[in-house]
Design a protein around this ligand. Sequence first.
Ligand code: BTN
Length: 248
Amino acid sequence: MIIGSNLMYSENLPSTNSHAASLLRNRELPEGCVIYTNYQSAGRGQAGNSWESEENKNLLISIILYPNMINPADQFQLSMVISLGICDFLQHHTDGISIKWPNDIYVNDDKIAGILIENSIMGDIIEHTIAGIGLNINQLRFISGAPNPVSLSIITGVNYDLQHCLMQLTSDLDKRYKCLISGDSDKIKSDYVSCLYRRNQLSNFRDENGLFTGCISGVSNEGRLKIELKDGSIKEYSFKEIELLHMR
Ligand code: BTN
């Protein structure tokens, strides 16, 4: 076992990702080490957003990786591995799971998990990766105004044992990470693409030129989103260049 081989618990932290980064400044942590907490006072999301999580309700974890087999140009593979590990975990408990590109995990049209991957890159080497995951398990009410949060408990009505969920999640992440280590990046990419939210469904988008319709068809090796237009041509977008408009 790599992911989950070491577990480092703190009762509360500003942010597991920030804590991991500050620990790594002073010493090397074992690969696969999982830093986790029951409460973050300053949980961080993508694009400078904060991450809401009620105390003792959800999984808040950061995983330390040394993915030296990956070129920094291929770092999206890490995002795919983490996204798929979370989907594998969720599939034990519910259906309707998908990945809203680039790395939000959805159940039907609601967001159940967010991922914040922070890579330390030196030249052509990824020195370390901090893969932060916020996965909503038992929280029943969300107050931050995030558009569409959901938790496993809201979906199934079950109250989950967080420690058991953590073990199951790390085991699922470990399997996906080992797939990457063994060089099977083709399987990772094809599984990721088949999990994409609204893949092959006509959807509304906004880019710098305005509104248009198209179908999500895949991702490039660099992690750019591929959208097929009505005339059959394919456009590629980086994160922030494209917005999928909500379908409800
Ligand atoms: C997002 O969807 O915006 C990403 C959310 C990532 C949240 C997790 S919670 C554990 C880890 N520590 C943080 O401060 N953020 C990530």
